[in-house]
Design a protein around this ligand. Structure first.
Ligand code: NAD
Length: 352
């Protein structure tokens, strides 16, 4: 039995999470395993109900389950709240509370969508790499931080254990892939980056079968766009990973296609990388694939069932190959389908 907490959140969150839940139910019926899904409020939806973006009850439920499925949070309605009450703060908070120190984002190009990328098909065909972004340390959390009328300041700091644990995850993932890790830093300018590099190389001694190289972050931004096929596994700090994983994501087409996993020692949270898309919320236009692919990652990393993950990816590929497109991935002038129609087609391709 798998216990999943679903937190649909705001905007298109509930629409895309409904798609992912339909896929989970189909898989449960097809394979005969029991899945219990418990829904909890988070973000603006929670603020409106309880005056808090993240309640103790939601947090406790997330701590007690096998995996969390999150839609998206935020929107214009809550933008004016003070920084510490904003949905972004709640997102940082839930990651910190669940100790989700690694964010995994695959950048995989689907053949059926080669034309949806802003890059040439021959540059991106066959691209398949995985970004490990450190998620609970670095400049987003470092102290001191603040600003006054004349200065603003943040602190980029990493402890040895923080670098070691994410480096280990990246090397272990590489062992199951093409055995190549590229660690991305800015060691020519930042001492914290030199420290990062030293620790990654020390950890590498335990993984002699994996090839390790280093790349400066500015060069990496260029290389991802110039020749994405050179990458297998990338490991990098919080700030650099935030930026690079968005670049990596965009080469594969739409935001609506990109899943993610955030993993810690005891908990894991799966979510699409996109936000709550208030511009299309409630219109049935959202692409559910990123959230459905996040369920595939859940089977791979939380439930250790890579075959089911493959089944989900194959159902997505077959649906795309059949020509179905939501508006974000349709060519101009092409007919598009709704969130529900895309979901139903993927569920059909999963089979009974
Ligand atoms: P966004 O990702 O919500 O939207 C950017 C653009 O991509 C929009 O045009 C949107 O319509 C489109 N888009 C996004 N997901 C899509 C999907 N599944 N299908 C089709 N089109 C899709 O980013 P934004 O507009 O910068 O942010 C909107 C809100 O979301 C803000 O309040 C922001 O703080 C929040 N946000 C939340 C998260 C999260 O919950 N993890 C992440 C990013 C932004």
């Amino acid at each position: 039995m798998y216990k999943i907490v679903s937190i649909p959140g705001d905007g298109i969150g509930p629409e895309v999470v409904a798609g992912a839940v339909a896929v989970l139910k189909q898989l449960s019926t097809k394979h005969g395993f029991e899945i219990v899904i418990e829904e909890h409020p988070f973000g603006g939806a929670s603020y409106d109900l309880h005056g808090e973006m993240l309640t103790e009850k939601t947090l406790e439920a997330c701590k007690q389950c096998d995996a969390v499925l999150l839609g998206a949070v935020g929107g214009p309605k809550w933008e004016k709240l003070p920084h510490e009450h904003k949905p972004e703060a709640a997102l940082l908070n839930i990651r910190k509370e669940l100790e989700l120190f690694a964010n995994l984002r695959p950048a995989k190009v689907y053949d059926a969508l080669l034309e949806a990328s802003s890059l040439k098909a021959e540059v991106i065909r066959g691209t398949d790499f995985l970004v490990f972004r450190e998620l609970t340390g670095g400049i987003y959390f470092g102290q001191p931080r603040g600003y006054d009328d004349n200065r603003g300041w943040n602190t980029m700091v990493y402890d040895r254990y923080e670098v070691e644990r994410i480096a280990r995850l990246a090397f272990e993932a590489a062992q199951k892939r093409d055995k190549k890790v590229i660690s991305i830093d800015k060691a020519n300018v930042l001492e914290v980056s030199q420290f990062w590099r030293n620790v990654v190389h020390e950890v590498h001694k335990d993984y002699p079968d994996v090839e390790l190289s280093d790349m400066y972050v500015d060069n990496a931004a260029m290389q991802i766009v110039r020749n994405p096929k050179q990458f297998d596994v990338i490991v990098t700090s919080n700030l650099f990973g935030d930026i690079l994983s968005d670049i990596a994501g965009m080469i594969t087409g739409s935001l609506g296609m990109l899943p993610s996993a955030s993993i810690g020692k005891h908990h894991a949270l799966y979510e699409p990388i996109h936000g709550s898309a208030p511009d299309i919320a409630g219109q049935g236009k959202a692409n559910p694939i990123a959230t459905i692919a996040s369920v595939a990652m859940m089977f791979e990393y939380s439930f250790c069932m890579p075959d089911i993950a493959t089944e989900i990816y194959q159902a997505i590929e077959a649906t795309l190959a059949s020509g179905l497109r939501t508006a974000d991935i349709a060519n101009p002038g092409e007919l598009s389908v709704s969130t529900t129609e895309m979901t139903e087609a993927i569920v059909r391709h999963l089979g009974a």
